[in-house]
Design a protein. Structure first.
Length: 416
């Protein structure tokens, strides 16, 4: 089991930097991913007080007199779960404009900031936002996180490493939520994930919208878990439920807003025709997905179809987590054309470079596994930095111009 109190978050230097630049900084991400812990660790040495809007009395006071509440706040303060006090946003703007001090307000929120219009509108130009994910594997392993740099540099030396083998499905089902990782694997950890989903539905989703059939949401999330890493198809998701497709689409959006689901947009290019333009659907964390599907490590290893899907989501989320603290801004997509060529994950670094990652749940790689990457390389020319096939093997080896087979261990644990 893991002691969550000793794991540093690799985004912490970016948070410190943001507090030196902006009067308000928001850490947003799913509930229980470690936002409050990170805020309080950083704030403890910088004189921050702490206020949480999970407290009904505090929240009531902020709603009753937002201007007075904001005016009475300490000079530096952490405001936890700020999305629960939307009446306060305009009052914080007034306070910032009255005294524009860097790092004055450190906010946390369990709802996607870009999908909370009152927050983004009230604090436009005054707020810097950082996304905190559940723990990345390289944070858990306390090791280097240089995979993205190696990817864009095409720097994968020919070398061998021990394959993960049976340990890989165990990592997938464990997920990355700190509190879940303190539980014993199996039923006790799965119970924690089920309780988290129930709490998110009963608390955070209801704060966002009135949901007539609340019991559908956990079942919809389980249906989405079975389709993770597939093209988003509302009809398939709606099939088990006696509700309309527009309702399922709305419910899916609500689950996205609390970081339980994520749509990965399709990559597009004027140079490539016949592209599939629909997004892929990914669960926000494979620990939640595995618990909802009733999977432990051995069961996942036995079901090769789900293993492939969850491994792709696992790799995607690991890359997203590593990108969150990288100095370069990166955007994520998938690539698929109507001839069946595909790349699971396409990463754009600024406007100059694009890399592709294909994920294979096998211990071998064949030339045909690079079909989609070759098509992506042809369409991009010099913009194509590199393409890799991640697999559970031992050898990192080249497969042609800017193409490599790379053990998945290299993504999870970085360089030796």
């Amino acid at each position: 089991m893991i002691d969550t109190t000793i794991y540093p978050r690799l985004i912490e230097p970016h948070l410190v930097e943001a507090l030196a630049d902006s009067p308000a900084v928001l850490i947003h991400g799913p509930r229980q991913c470690g936002k409050t812990t990170l805020a309080r660790i950083v704030g403890a040495t910088r004189g921050y007080s702490y206020v949480t809007f999970d407290d009904d009395v505090v929240r009531g006071a902020a709603e009753e007199d937002p201007r007075g509440f904001a005016a009475g706040l300490p000079g530096r303060v952490i405001l936890d779960e700020i999305q629960k006090a939307p009446a306060l946003f305009a009052a914080l703007k007034v306070e910032i404009d009255r005294k524009r001090t860097p790092g004055r307000f450190l906010l946390t929120g369990s709802t996607h900031a870009l999908l909370v219009p009152k927050l983004s509108e009230s604090l436009a130009g005054r707020l810097q936002t950082l996304r905190l994910h559940p723990l990345a594997q390289c944070e858990l392993m306390r090791c280097g996180s240089g995979f993205l740099d190696a990817l864009f540099e095409g720097d994968f030396a020919v070398e061998r490493s021990e394959r993960l083998g049976p340990a890989l499905p165990g990592r997938i089902v464990a997920g990355g939520y700190p509190a879940a990782l303190t539980r014993a694997p199996g039923r006790r950890r799965a119970n924690w994930y089920h309780d988290l989903v129930d709490a998110l539905v009963q608390r955070d989703v209801l704060d966002l919208a009135r949901v007539r059939q609340l019991d559908i949401l956990p079942r919809l999330l389980a249906a989405a878990a079975s389709q993770t890493a597939r093209i988003f198809n509302v009809s398939d998701l709606a099939a088990p439920f006696e509700v309309s497709r527009p309702t399922i689409r709305d419910y899916t959006t609500l689950l996205e807003r609390v970081f339980l689901l994520e749509r990965l947009p399709a990559w597009h290019s004027n140079r490539v025709r016949r592209l599939v333009k629909r997004p892929k659907l990914h669960l926000g964390d494979t620990g939640i997905a595995s618990a909802l599907l009733g999977l432990d490590g051995p069961a996942l290893a036995y079901d090769r179809t789900l293993f492939g899907q969850l491994l792709e989501t696992f790799a995607f989320q690991e890359l997203r987590r590593q990108a969150s603290w990288h100095d370069a801004r990166m955007s994520f997509h998938h690539f698929r054309d109507k001839d069946g060529a595909e790349v699971d994950i396409v990463i754009e670094r600024g406007a100059a470079a694009v890399a592709g990652v294909e994920v294979k749940a096998s211990g071998t790689v064949r030339p045909g596994d690079f079909r989609g990457l070759r098509k992506l390389r042809r369409s991009l020319g010099d913009r194509f930095a590199a393409g890799v096939v991640l697999y559970d093997g031992e050898a990192a080896v080249p497969f042609g111009d800017r193409l490599h087979a790379v053990p998945v261990r290299r993504l999870l644990e970085g360089s030796e």
